[in-house]
Design a protein around this ligand. Structure first.
Ligand SMILES: [Zn+2]
Ligand SMILES: [Zn+2]
Length: 189
């Protein structure tokens, strides 16, 4: 089931631009509730919390199943509304997968998660993506680069899993994880 996020948001904001409304975590929470209720996760729907976390660096979003919490990187807004929607669903899928699994241990991005993604209307979500951020003065020790757009991804810690440039995956691979845009480690430190 795919819900139409943005028109709804725009219609109920008085005197706010859509972009400003998107900053409002409360709006996102309402939206998250609706999404969860639509996949019959009513307990989760009543508990879910969505927050912005400005301290997130390159991570787009995080899910904390035990707290029914999703945190989002405000820099997502620079990537457009679709990206925000997608990231929110990606993280909600983690909550849904955990809820459905009960005590059973499941892989973070395993089949339960993929099923939850599909139920939430997120198709072709294969991996977590990292946001390629503009160059800045950082004390990060690990540097990666998108082989296509050359955007740099500085990191404090090395990337633990395969990660591709989100902008390029969206632009040239229909949003799918694509090896061609996999971040390449730069030798300088
Ligand atoms: Zn994930
Ligand atoms: Zn790129």
């Amino acid at each position: 089931m795919q819900l139409d996020f943005f028109p709804k948001l725009q219609s109920n904001v008085a005197g706010k631009t859509a972009a400003e409304a998107l900053h409002d975590a409360a709006q996102l929470q309402v939206y998250a509730r609706r999404l969860l209720a639509n996949v019959e996760c009513r307990t989760l729907a009543s508990r879910v919390e969505v927050r912005w976390n400005a301290r997130m660096r390159s991570t787009a979003g995080m899910a904390y199943p035990s707290k029914a919490l999703v945190t989002l990187n405000p820099r997502l807004l620079a990537f457009g509304r679709g990206e925000l929607d997608r990231t929110l669903k990606h993280e909600l899928a983690h909550l849904v997968a955990h809820e459905r699994a009960g005590r059973r241990r499941i892989a973070a991005h395993g089949k339960e998660w993929r099923k939850a993604c599909a139920d939430l209307g997120l198709v072709d979500e294969t991996r977590c993506h990292n946001l390629a951020l503009p160059k800045r003065v950082v004390t990060r020790r690990h540097f990666y680069e998108c082989p296509n757009c050359r955007t740099e991804l500085p990191r404090v810690r090395p990337l633990q899993r395969k990660s591709a440039c989100l902008a390029c995956c969206r632009a040239h691979a229909g949003g799918r994880y694509d090896e061609r845009f996999k971040f390449v480690k730069l030798s300088r430190s």
